[in-house]
Design a protein around this ligand. Structure first.
Ligand SMILES: [Zn+2]
Length: 259
């Protein structure tokens, strides 16, 4: 699950809540993963006369078209998304974008999700409004998809969930710049800053999926951290924001057999 990040990209999208932290907003006591994606599991938000009347339906379909265009753009142009597509294909889990990626209306706290029952990536058309956010959500959810493909991931097992969330945060979200902005610690100890970012991001995602106390999520993270933090497959390196890493990872993909 890609929990919405309050920093950087979103700032451009939403200036209405400066400085507000995800951790302040997550209603962790009563949120289950399934609640985040109301259009899943047959509770599709059908078009009603009231939605049509106030133009919500039109807005939704515009969001959907824009989301699908952004997904298509990333699949065609983003080096890191192309690398993930190639890695999934090499692992025997080829992605058909119409079958495996779905743009939907979600709870606004998240920008994406992975539905292991349907083996589908959900991109939240109402909260992932830019190409950058769609790319970040695709990378994050495709790491879950890759883990599901490679390791028979059981997302009901909190240790499995912790591991894949650590990997997704580590490879994608927690760049040096990202953790710098989030103010976890000084730049003197970059390694600790990065690890704290990964742990924090993974904790938020676990708590949004499972109805567990922070201590339970933290304990699961600690149990699997070393092993999962050091597993950078299939990207081979941590992606730093505004760096050449993304392109480098993609151009070196052939070294790992993902060409
Ligand atoms: Zn996740």
């Amino acid at each position: 699950m890609t929990v919405k990040n309050e920093k950087t990209e979103e700032k451009k999208q939403d200036d209405s809540s400066p400085g507000e932290k995800v951790s302040d907003k997550l209603p962790v006591d009563h949120v289950w993963g399934a609640d985040m994606y109301p259009e899943r599991k047959g509770t599709k938000l059908k078009q009603s006369w009231i939605k049509t009347m106030f133009g919500f339906a039109e807005r939704e379909s515009l969001d959907n078209v824009r989301c699908e265009a952004n997904v298509y753009h990333c699949v065609k142009n983003s080096p890191i998304v192309k690398l993930m597509m190639a890695a999934l294909k090499s692992s025997g889990c080829e992605i058909d974008i119409r079958r495996h990626i779905s743009c939907e209306v979600c709870n606004t706290l998240v920008t994406g999700g992975y539905d292991s029952e349907l083996n589908q990536v959900v991109i939240c058309q109402n909260s992932a409004g830019s190409k950058g956010l769609v790319q970040a959500a695709l990378l994050h959810e495709m790491i879950h998809m890759f883990d599901y493909c490679r390791n028979k991931l059981d997302l009901k097992n909190i240790d499995h969930l912790a591991c894949t969330e650590i990997r997704a945060a580590n490879i994608g979200h927690c760049s040096f710049m990202g953790s710098w902005f989030q103010g976890f610690s000084s730049p003197i100890n970059i390694k600790a800053t990065h690890q704290n970012c990964v742990k924090n991001k993974a904790k938020m995602s676990i708590m949004a999926v499972h109805k567990v106390k922070p201590e339970v999520a933290e304990a699961a993270i600690e149990r699997v951290f070393t092993k999962c933090y050091n597993d950078l497959e299939p990207v081979g390196r941590r992606i730093r924001r505004n760096s050449e890493d993304m392109m480098r990872a993609y151009t070196e993909a052939y070294l790992y057999g993902y060409s």
